[in-house]
Write a protein that binds this ligand. Structure first.
Ligand SMILES: Cc1cc2nc3c(=O)[nH]c(=O)nc-3n(C[C@H](O)[C@H](O)[C@H](O)COP(=O)(O)OP(=O)(O)OC[C@H]3O[C@@H](n4cnc5c(N)ncnc54)[C@H](O)[C@@H]3O)c2cc1C
Length: 692
């Protein structure tokens, strides 16, 4: 799939990109007219034959082992549990109310019967926690999100923003689902702009309590998971208002988090001072009960302030180890990045499932063929390979990138080292937005690649697409998060070039930004040999060159526009450029991880298969943005042509090992569930489903 935005650097560059895209469209139409007589198919056949003659024999076991996360066991336990409980499987047609109850029962079953207690993993072993989220998400995405709300958002906020007293009081209840809870941040008028929240928590020194209020309807907490039906508590984000002895009378200390009970522990009735409404039927994730909360002078004890980053004493005095509201706010939000890491990781899980369904079916499905010969598998069509093979390569790329992200996140949770915190923040924002945007588009491509049968709900693309779609918006809107990545890069750029201390994290920027920014070499710009194009050094250099160039040019533009438009206006004037920079950087990070993963794979045939996928990922991305490279003569016309040809050739090559690459995800049929993707008798299973 192409990147979603053209390079905003200059108009010539944009038009170059459009031209390149046209070339791409044209070339991908040089495939045979499949509705014409079959004799018009020699191209496909020749290429398929030559690809087959070079088929790589992949040691599937070695590849699966290499891909296998160290927490595969707990995932298998989850799959087995739900496989043994057909009554807990989500039917294709189900009402919102039934789905919510089923989802709650699935969660109870998981925790109380299967004995999976995720809360301690949230802090102690995040990799295990994310493996659980991925596995339950493949059972039903609503369950994955419901579990995330309970453990990562509600539980995570209590553990990460609270102190020992909160942990002692709430940990067990949250873990065993007695204390079901919500994470109430978003309001009707404020989503991405969390600092703009309006709900207030006013300290009453007489009663030693906070009074939670919704000052106007725009401050109603909205979209709150677990609120409409099941939640007993909520972590409510509100402005802390403290009485002062000056003429103002009160002081706004900024957004803090508070534990607010919302339903009676015994009767489950809504408590006085709280009003709860249902956000209603959604486009997807209807197993999650999202609700809206309005507070009217709801009183909570002072102890309910989650006081890790700021506390209020009995006399109303405020203390914090952090000096400013902004620093406290950043520290608070910084503790919540785990949600983003989980979404990036789970999104790769969704991509694995949908790519597996589409590819298994494309191998099975046969349409047309040469005269008097059997029909060919639809995956033998160049166009089908173009849709699915770069996607398969990307799935591998994102797998390794998110495994790396989880490693870094786990390390950060242990060390709390300042630079690592900043890195994980930017990396999680970038990978979450880049991967979830990609998967959202890929789901539609997979649906279409499976033709009409992809449209049957039982084959899952509809629910996967609807459920996953919101991944692009919650836990930070993708467009907003990418800006955080761009801001982080600019900060590092300024530190490097304005004589500050060199704390640049991304080594490629630290090492040799200057060399990336020098004039492209006219000799290497013409090199077109396969060895050169498949050399990781060429590929990484190209990605890094693009990012460095985007970074330097946007820094100059921002500088120029700030003088006339101010910071906010200049940022907005350069916004598309900044987003492209962020995406380019994230693609670079992903490629670097993939190259490492190929290098570290010790089994030769598995390594060769990964190398094919890695080259396809790299060259497909370069080709998608070929206008940028052409316009600055980083790539000469002959080289651009060679890159395109090689990308298509690699798609054919990856097709020859597509089955092995998909099998290495180790997704059994009871997890993929789509009848068209069953590994044996798919058609028979499909006809059975409809009643034959
Ligand atoms: C199913 C579901 C479950 C949810 N669960 C919870 C929950 O449990 N708890 C909770 O607190 N919240 C929850 N949310 C809310 C969710 O986190 C917010 O929707 C999200 O933060 C985005 O905010 P918003 O919807 O107000 O979008 P907005 O911030 O209004 O964004 C709307 C559009 O404007 C664009 N935009 C905004 N700011 C900028 C900018 N600076 N630059 C460029 N473009 C910009 C965005 O890209 C987006 O396209 C949930 C939402 C849904 C739909």
């Amino acid at each position: 799939m192409e990147s979603r935005r053209s390079n905003p650097m200059t108009e010539e560059e944009s038009s170059g990109l459009i031209a390149a895209r046209r070339i791409k469209q044209l070339s991908s139409h040089i495939s045979p007219d499949v509705t014409a007589p079959s004799s018009s198919l020699p191209l496909v056949q020749t290429e398929v034959c030559s690809a087959r003659s070079k088929k790589l024999e992949v040691n599937g076991q070695a590849l699966s082992l290499y891909m296998k996360g160290k927490h595969m066991d707990i995932q298998e336990k989850i799959y087995e549990y739900f496989n043994s409980r057909p009554d807990l499987q989500t039917p294709i047609e189900i009402s919102k109310e039934d789905h919510r109850e089923l989802c709650m029962n699935q969660l109870r079953g998981l925790v109380r019967e299967a004995g999976i207690k995720p809360l301690r993993y949230v802090t102690e072993d995040p990799a295990k926690y994310f493996a659980i989220v991925e596995a339950v998400g493949s059972v039903d995405m609503s369950l994955g999100i419901k579990l995330g709300v309970q453990y990562s958002l509600w539980g995570g906020s209590v553990i990460n923003l609270g102190t020992k007293k909160h942990k002692d009081k709430y940990f067990d209840g949250i873990d065993n689902l007695e204390y079901t809870g919500c994470f109430a941040m978003t309001e009707l008028h404020h989503g991405s702009n969390v600092q703009g929240l309006q709900t207030t928590a006013t300290f009453d020194p007489l009663k030693d309590e906070f009074i939670i209020d919704t000052p106007h309807d725009g401050a109603i907490k909205w979209w709150i998971g677990n609120a409409a039906v099941h939640g007993k508590f909520a972590t409510v984000f509100a402005r802390l208002i403290l009485p002062t002895h000056d003429s103002k009378g009160v002081s706004d200390m900024g957004v803090h988090a508070f534990i607010v009970p919302i339903r009676d522990m015994k009767t489950h009735q809504t408590l006085p001072g709280v009003e709860i409404q249902d956000c209603g039927h959604k486009v997807g994730l209807n197993g999650v009960d999202n609700g809206a909360l309005r507070f009217r002078s709801m009183r909570i004890p002072r102890d309910n302030l989650l006081n890790r980053f700021g506390d209020v004493a009995r006399d109303g005095k405020y203390t914090s180890s952090l000096p400013t509201i902004n620093k406290r706010f950043a520290a608070t939000l910084g503790e919540l990045v785990g949600g983003r890491v989980g979404l990036a990781y789970a999104s790769v899980g969704v991509l694995k499932i949908s790519a597996t369904i589409a590819i298994r079916y494309s191998l099975l499905r046969q349409q047309f063929g040469p005269p008097k010969q059997p029909e060919v598998s639809i995956l033998d069509y160049q166009s089908q390979q173009h849709k699915l093979m770069p996607m398969l390569a990307s799935t591998y790329a994102y797998h390794f990138a998110t495994v790396y992200l989880v490693e870094k996140y786990s390390e950060m949770k242990k060390t709390h080292e300042e630079q690592l915190v900043a890195d994980v923040h930017a990396l999680s924002a970038g990978l979450k937005s880049y991967i979830t945007s990609y998967t959202a588009k890929a789901l539609s491509v997979c649906r279409e690649a499976c033709g009409g049968h992809g449209y049957a709900a039982v084959n899952r693309f509809g629910s996967l697409r609807n459920d996953h779609d919101i991944f692009q918006t919650f836990e930070g809107d993708n467009t907003v998060l990418l800006q955080q990545v761009a801001a982080d890069l600019l900060k590092q750029y300024k530190e490097k070039f304005q004589g500050g201390t060199l704390t640049v994290t991304w080594s490629y920027l630290r090492e040799s930004m200057n060399s990336y920014l020098s004039q492209p070499n006219p000799v290497t710009a013409r090199w077109e040999g396969e060895d050169h194009l498949r050399d990781p050094k060429f590929q990484l250099d190209a990605f890094r060159y693009r990012t460095s160039r985007l970074l330097q040019s946007v820094a100059m533009r921002l500088n120029k526009h700030t003088k006339t438009l101010g910071t906010f206006g200049a940022w907005n004037r350069c916004l598309n450029h900044l987003l492209t920079l962020a995406e380019s950087h994230i693609e670079t990070v992903i490629l670097a991880r993939f190259i490492d993963a190929v290098k570290n794979c010790s089994e030769p045939s598995a390594r060769a298969a990964l190398k094919l996928a890695c080259d396809l990922y790299a060259l497909d991305r370069i080709w998608n943005d070929i206008g940028t490279y052409r316009n600055v003569d980083y790539v000469a016309p002959n080289k651009a042509k060679a890159i395109h040809k090689l990308t298509e050739y690699l798609s054919f090559q990856v097709r020859t090992v597509a089955k092995e690459l998909v099998d290495a995800f180790e997704l059994p049929d009871h997890v993929t569930r789509a009848p068209i993707a069953m590994q044996s008798d798919a058609y028979a299973q499909y006809t059975q489903v409809v009643g034959f």
